[in-house]
Design a protein around this ligand. Structure first.
Ligand SMILES: Nc1ncnc2c1ncn2[C@@H]1O[C@H](COP(=O)(O)OP(=O)(O)OP(=O)(O)O)[C@@H](O)[C@H]1O
Ligand SMILES: [Mg+2]
Length: 284
């Protein structure tokens, strides 16, 4: 039988075994309940492996429901399978113009950029390097934050073997697009629906189990987090609540995360959500 330790949590002890697992950018080993969406994205990319052009895809859905995670999940699978098809991810909240995007792509490709290069020449240089690959998958996340779409036109015109994944919260985003761009994109659409209560519970329970020392969470405390994350339809907030409740419990030297800790975390949630909006709570 395990020794049960009683008394307060010591200054050198922690409730967390793997705190990194609750960070927003952590990509879980498995992505339960998103198998269908992962397959859909992978199917758009598949033609590239056979030397044909891929399909473009517009991915929509509310915040915190696995759009970015599913995209990166497919990228990870692809990287494990082949080096012939290159994957590039750009967060357009951070890089919101053609020039910033192309400069970032040049950095990702580790290109040596000559001094005083003009924007068009830089684009040509990036294209030249992308054409080395059998195919390229470009994910433009938070695409609605972009101020000009010149880069999309150029990739459509000048990069023959590619899939572009355009990811956004704004379902109506496509209605703001120029008809000429839409008809060139010929994109499929994939809408992510929020997780139901059981799915929310499954995801948060799994992440909690990997993060915390075993048997440190009271069941009702976890239920409170799950209920809140479900109400908000947002796993990201649920992960933040798990982490914050654990920290609150540690601060009072408790060996258990209890209802008062999760309730304390929920009281702070509003601050997190405002900060998330201000900073864009950006994935990289
Ligand atoms: N099925 C899942 N299993 C495990 N973790 C998940 C799952 N779905 C989402 N998550 C986690 O929830 C968090 C939010 O997911 P993600 O960043 O993909 O949201 P999003 O839909 O891209 O949101 P936004 O529109 O705000 O960018 C991430 O930390 C992600 O790992
Ligand atoms: Mg995202």
């Amino acid at each position: 039988m395990d020794n049960i330790i009683i008394g307060p949590l010591g200054p050198d002890e922690s409730l967390f075994v793997n705190p990194g697992i609750l960070e927003a950018e952590y990509l879980p080993r498995l992505l339960p309940y998103r198998e269908e969406q992962v397959k859909y994205i992978a199917d758009c990319i598949k033609p590239l492996m056979a030397g044909r052009n891929g399909r473009n895809l517009i991915i929509t859905g509310a915040p915190g429901i696995g759009k970015t995670a599913s995209t990166k999940f497919v990228f990870r699978m692809l990287k494990e399978e082949t080096n012939d098809v290159l994957t590039l991810y750009v967060n357009c909240w951070k890089r919101d113009s053609t020039f910033k995007i192309v400069r970032h792509l040049a950095e990702l490709l580790e290109l040596r950029i000559p001094e005083r290069i003009g924007p068009d020449e830089l684009f040509d240089l990036v294209l030249k390097h992308l054409k080395i690959y059998k195919g390229v998958v470009l994910a433009f996340d938070e695409i609605d934050k972009v101020m000009d779409y010149t880069f999309l036109y150029r990739f459509l015109e000048d990069l023959p073997f590619r899939t572009m994944l355009l990811i956004t919260n704004a379902k109506e985003w496509t209605s703001t697009l120029d008809q000429r761009l839409l008809s060139r994109l010929l994109a499929d659409r994939l809408e992510f629906k929020p997780y139901n209560l059981k799915e929310t519970q499954g995801i948060l329970m799994e992440r909690k189990d990997c993060t915390f020392v075993a048997n440190t969470w009271e069941r009702s405390a976890l239920d409170i987090v799950v209920k809140k994350a479900f109400e908000l339809h947002d796993i990201r907030s649920g992960l933040w609540l798990l982490k914050t409740a654990g920290e609150i419990a540690e601060r009072r030297a408790s060996r258990f995360v209890q209802n008062k800790d999760t309730e304390g975390a929920i009281a702070k949630l509003h601050d997190f959500q405002s900060a998330k909006n201000l900073q864009g709570f950006l994935n990289e």
